[in-house]
Design a protein. Sequence first.
Lengths: 79, 245
Amino acid sequence: MTDEKLKHCFVEALGVSASEVTDALAYNEIKQWDSVGHMALVAALEAEFNLMLDTDEIIEMSSVAKAKEILGRHGVTFA
Amino acid sequence: MKLKDKVVLVTGASRGIGAAMVKVLVSEGAKVVLSARSEAVEKLAVELRAAGHQAEAVQGDLTDDAHVRSLVQTCRSKFGGLHALINNAGILHPGKLGMMRIAEARQMFEVNVLAAINLTQYAIRIFPRGEGGAVVNITSIAGTQGIDGISAYSASKAALIGFTKAAAKELAAQHIRVNAIAPGFIDTDMARQISPEWFARRVESVRIGRIGQPEEVARCAAFLVSPEAAYITGQVIGVDGGMAV
């Protein structure tokens, strides 16, 4: 369920297809995930999981896998 | 009412120009979140709610990241987000070159520049996606012209102008407008603390021939955050009665 929520955030914020959202997907690797897309992604994650990320965490969030790790610190668990 | 149901966050909101801004904003229909170090900010929010407006206060220090986060959380939890941010909080430690305490200069940069940058970073994350929003930074005529005796303050306000212009470029693609207001000699507690001789000299330097009122700065801020200013970004608007002309 949380995996789906996370995927939904990426799809909504970056305008990518769900199949593109894999752990390996990384910041700046696709044109949609640039600095503007990153901010939209942060906003989507914060709203979806009802949390607030630190600036350091936002900078650190360089891939889908990393996003899961960071959200894990806020108590979000993934399958 | 040009700001009906818009959520606006104002720092340094307990007195002077900040308090005037809050009153103008709510009169235009805005919901406001107020930040200030002083307890007076809580009292102002209570007064506004008693008058039928929607207002929330968060007392704290903008150089404390926990306060910044608390402000953003309040915007989100009480009003569902944010449409505009007014970075008004500022401090002034006068000091002539050679007699300036560097700790005081550093503190001015912390509050006048870095706190505004940090809060802006947080705030833009909760602007409505796709709709954008507005940021207004309250700088000073000291930042545009430089004023002797307050060189470090002048430098901090000039830095805020640099941030305004760069942020306007960086955020335009997200429909976020960033502007600054440079007030001149405005009738605040700070202005009334100077000697009568200095006061008279300052008024003489105002081409319109009188001190400005906080409401006059507030009206400009309300305009800049409103849809009426939809095509204005990266600008520094002087509200100074012609002092800088």
